[in-house]
Write a protein of this length. Structure first.
Length: 153
């Protein structure tokens, strides 16, 4: 078993607390030393109690799924002798009620735009690469919601 750690820090300071009007801004600290400003989404907690410039947990989940898929895709492409020049994705996560009536990210759509050196592989090769990348992505395997790939030409 492997363990992945992240630390979180939030402090109330002098803010009132019982009225629910405290700041949700906090910091994520990762093992490599990177600190990331984080907050609830302004869609969940209105301004000024949230920080729209910070990363919210919903965005982080979508980014993690996108990143995991990309990293496996790149490795699989390289193993097949394909050279990827660039990979860009505009991923979206959809918050809705799940089968139990609870709010959940019920679907994530990945929309990669991939440029290859020496020409683009045919659609069957790309479909197979995306399918295998998805199957290997343990972030996607950890989610109950659907993760789909809609590659943009």
């Amino acid at each position: 078993m492997k363990t992945f750690d992240a630390s979180l820090a939030w402090e109330r300071g002098t803010q009132p607390f019982g009225d629910q009007r405290y700041s949700r801004a906090h910091t994520w600290q990762f093992d490599g030393g990177l600190s990331v400003p984080a907050s609830s989404s302004p869609l969940s907690v209105p301004l000024p109690m949230s920080d729209p410039a910070a990363v919210d947990p919903e965005e982080a989940l979508v980014a993690a799924a996108s990143s995991c898929h990309m990293l496996f895709f790149l490795s699989l492409a390289a193993a097949r002798g394909l050279v990827v020049d660039s990979y860009r994705d505009h991923a979206s996560g959809f918050l809705d009620l799940d089968d139990h009536g609870r709010p959940a990210i019920v679907r994530i759509v990945l929309r990669p735009r991939i440029a290859f050196a020496g020409g683009r592989p045919d659609a069957a090769v790309l479909t197979a690469l995306h399918h295998e990348a998805h199957a290997r992505c343990y972030i996607a395997s950890s989610l109950r919601g659907e993760v789909t790939v809609e590659e943009e030409g």
